[in-house]
Ligand binder design. Structure first.
Ligand SMILES: C[S@@+](CC[C@H](N)C(=O)[O-])C[C@H]1O[C@@H](n2cnc3c(N)ncnc32)[C@H](O)[C@@H]1O
Length: 296
């Protein structure tokens, strides 16, 4: 369950436009090419996205499909454990449809259809964790497995091989915004180095029994997947680079760090100084992430 000190739905809405700017365009363009050819070859596509949040990746893909005029008939299963996000996703998708002049039909409580021109997307919203969704994952019927800003939260060696089982023999996967270990504030602060090491160490504590460094997921994932027999099609950085325009978002990150390091000496003073710099629009933040696209 998400347990942050701020409104996480609002955070995900803010994050959408920051991610749009950060996503690695070469990896994204290759994903779009693959989606296009899958739709041309088989007439429809089945996408599964664990950790779908409030559905921002669904709208990102629909925007691209409309921009590229792709004939797109899509079954999209979103798997999201946070119970409140289902309603948030319904509103988010409905608002997107209104803005795009697209049609939104509520088929039932957890199934919605969005359509415009040559695009028809049926979204199934499953309130579950990826680990608990084995019936879909066992079907080997998925064309595209997507996970955005999720994989660094997962016990990768334990879960990702299972997730991959859902893919068809010619299926592809796109794992984007995987944290790769660098959180850098500007201007620098004498406590940055120690605190950011502790911040990474806190992430790494998540899975004490696994040989996996969650804070370096973006760097470790390509090699891990290749060793599992998968092929990496494209890979590259998707760093967040935030300045005064991203003030509200930086505040969320500061709060996340403060909460994670609540028992670290010096955190209160560091946080107070960073808040002050943020208020005076003097704080910048860069967080390193990586995206990858691969095939079974
Ligand atoms: C950082 S948020 C990203 C949400 C969304 N992908 C986005 O970028 O807007 C991570 C999401 O993964 C979900 N999540 C966490 N652990 C999960 C798990 N084991 N299976 C599926 N989803 C999970 C959280 O509830 C949250 O919505």
């Amino acid at each position: 369950m998400i347990n942050e000190t701020f409104d996480y739905v609002e955070y995900l809405k803010l994050k959408k436009s920051i991610d749009d700017r950060s996503l690695n365009s070469a990896v994204w363009n290759e994903l779009v090419n693959r989606i296009k050819s899958k739709c041309q070859n088989s007439g429809s596509i089945f996408i599964v996205e664990p950790g779908a949040g409030i559905g921002t990746m669904i709208t990102r893909i629909m925007d691209e499909v409309l921009r590229e005029k792709i004939t797109f008939k899509c079954a999209y299963t979103a798997i999201e454990p946070e119970p409140g996000f289902q309603t948030a996703a319904e509103s988010y998708l409905q608002a997107w449809a209104e803005k795009q002049n697209a049609k939104f039909i509520k088929l039932n409580e957890q199934q919605w259809q969005l359509s415009k021109n040559e695009m028809e997307v049926t979204v199934d919203w499953e309130c579950a964790a990826a680990e608990d969704f084995s019936q879909v994952l066992a079907l080997k019927s998925v064309d595209l497995l997507l996970a955005h800003a999720l994989v660094d939260l997962l016990p990768v060696p334990e879960l990702v091989p299972d997730l991959m089982q859902c893919l068809k023999a010619d299926g592809i996967f796109y794992f984007s915004l995987n944290y790769s270990g660098q959180t850098e504030f500007s201007p620098g602060h004498q406590s940055d180095s120690l605190l950011m090491q502790e911040y990474n160490a806190d992430m790494d504590k998540r899975f004490p029994d696994l040989d996996w460094q969650a804070s370096h997921t973006g760097n470790l994932l390509p090699d891990f997947l290749q060793k599992q027999g998968h092929t990496i099609i494209s890979e590259g950085s998707s760093d967040w680079e935030l300045d005064a325009n991203g003030k509200a978002f930086i505040l969320n990150i500061l709060d996340t760090i403060k909460k994670a390091l609540s028992s670290s000496p010096g955190i209160e003073q560091w946080y107070a100084e960073r808040r002050d710099q943020l208020e005076h629009e003097k704080l910048k933040l860069k967080i390193s992430n990586r995206d990858l696209l691969g095939e079974v």
